[in-house]
Design a protein. Structure first.
Length: 454
């Protein structure tokens, strides 16, 4: 999930994470030690999108040991597991396998020191800077709890470890590799994501949780030339730089402020071998991302970016060639209202209303919607519904140390997802996240002889 700075409602309880006794479902306390061990191992050994072989193996082995039928290597290193328990709905718990090319700067003993070969031949640092290691550990623990208490529920429990979420390609790859033909197709899909608000809490949105996004690759090409005679050659870099400076006007002048449209240039590279200062590069490659909470707003943003790109190219004395290619597109993460309301009610019953806060919607993006009815063009099942909530990850010590006198100031100061200093509280994040998944699953699976599991 891409970095964001949005935070849940800054209510009076945000500074007081829940004690473990208040948030643990029966029997979950005994799972904390193996769950924490799994989390720490995953955190120490992160793997980039598409390279998650070890991570997938750990997750798959854990699920197989609990009696799940496990399918490996789905859409890359994806893991899909199934546990049938009589008649009832099929509910899928989804977590992600991949980490980010970030050098960890948390200072903890279990910090990642992993580096891998990069595309340019150098070493690239790798870190779980977005909480996917916590998501996996919570899903594994929830699966173990549910597998050991089959008297509490009826139906089919599905668990998926998805590769390549950060590149927004993993869900599509799993579906195109027959995910829903290789396991029972779910009726509902549940997922959660860590964010830097107090651990011990969960946050639900009344509308979209995360924005949809489009990433465009914009390439300008010319003949290049001597820096002393720029008037004699096309200048791809100048055209690309002009686009970067004009992008702010797309969101500011072409969208209603209520749409919360974000248009950002995320990278600019030239094809100037050796980076010689007296050579005008013959190629400039620009990546632009647009984020919004409706597909209509995204379509308008893409059209506006294409117009700006072509206008900047045509304004040059010697016009560079230009191509605009969509690289990724993800839908808005919009939970089904009925499923989301039921899960939120279950969370309130489990944690207490003070531990369940609101979420304003963040401009980060996910490929989670493809696993639901929004991905029916890939899997042919439009009736799949989903719920998605946010999981607090900031421990009491980190909260207290954050600068600021109030909740709003502290929330702005805390390291966010994708930061090299992003550091979830191990105990509170795992306890709350596991309990949230267990409670959500029990709320949507059929009732067993043990009722809700309270």
């Amino acid at each position: 999930m891409s970095d964001h700075r949005h935070r849940p409602d800054a209510g009076p309880n945000l500074g007081r994470p829940a004690p473990a006794a208040d948030i643990a479902a029966p029997g979950l306390a005994a799972l904390l030690t193996p769950t924490a061990e799994l989390y720490l191992d995953l955190h120490r050994h992160p793997e980039l999108s598409g390279a998650e072989r070890r991570t997938a193996g750990r997750f798959a082995d854990w699920l197989a040991s609990d009696g799940f039928r496990v399918v490996r290597e789905v859409g890359g290193h994806g893991v899909a597991a199934e546990l049938r328990n009589g008649d009832g709905p099929a509910v899928l718990l989804r977590a992600e396998l991949d980490a980010l090319p970030v050098a960890e700067d948390t200072g903890v003993p279990y910090a990642s020191t992993v580096t891998v070969p990069g595309p340019d031949g150098g070493r690239v640092p790798v870190m779980h800077a977005c909480g996917h290691d916590a998501h996996l550990a919570c899903a594994a623990a929830a699966a173990r709890w549910l597998a050991s208490r089959r008297d509490r529920w009826r139906g089919t429990l599905l668990v998926v470890g998805q590769p390549a979420e950060e590149t927004l390609s993993g869900a599509r790859a799993m579906l195109e590799d027959g995910l829903y033909e290789r396991i029972t197709p779910p009726d509902e899909v549940l997922a959660q994501h860590t964010a830097p608000f107090p651990a011990g809490m969960v946050a639900h949105a009344d509308g979209p949780v995360l924005a949809g996004s489009v990433t465009l690759e914009v390439v300008f090409e010319g003949d290049g030339g001597h820096a002393a005679t720029p008037h004699l050659t096309a200048d791809p870099l100048l055209a690309a730089a002009g686009v970067v400076t004009r992008l702010a006007s797309v969101a500011a002048r072409e969208a209603d402020p209520a749409e919360r449209l974000v248009v950002t240039a995320s990278s600019l590279r030239t094809g100037n071998a050796g980076h010689a200062g007296n050579v005008i590069a013959s190629r400039a490659e620009l990546h632009v991302t647009a984020r919004a909470f409706t597909e209509t707003a995204l379509d308008r943003a893409v059209a506006a970016v294409q117009r700006v790109v072509r206008a900047e190219a045509s304004a040059a004395a010697v016009t560079p060639r230009v191509t605009v290619t969509p690289v990724t597109r993800s839908g808005v993460t919009l939970p089904d209202p009925e499923v989301a309301a039921a899960v939120r009610d279950a969370h309130r019953a489990r944690f207490g209303a003070g531990r369940v806060t609101g979420w304003p919607g963040a401009t980060a993006t996910e490929d989670f919607p493809l696993l639901t009815g929004a991905g029916a063009h890939l899997h042919g099942r439009p009736g799949i519904r989903g719920a998605y909530w946010m999981l607090g990850s900031t421990g009491p010590a980190q909260w207290s140390a954050a600068p600021g006198t109030g909740a709003a100031q502290k929330l702005r100061a805390l390291p966010a997802n994708h930061s090299p200093r992003y550091l979830p509280s191990v105990r509170l994040t795992l306890e709350t996240g596991t309990a949230a998944l267990v409670t959500g699953a029990l709320a949507r699976l059929g009732r067993g002889r043990g009722g809700s599991g309270s």
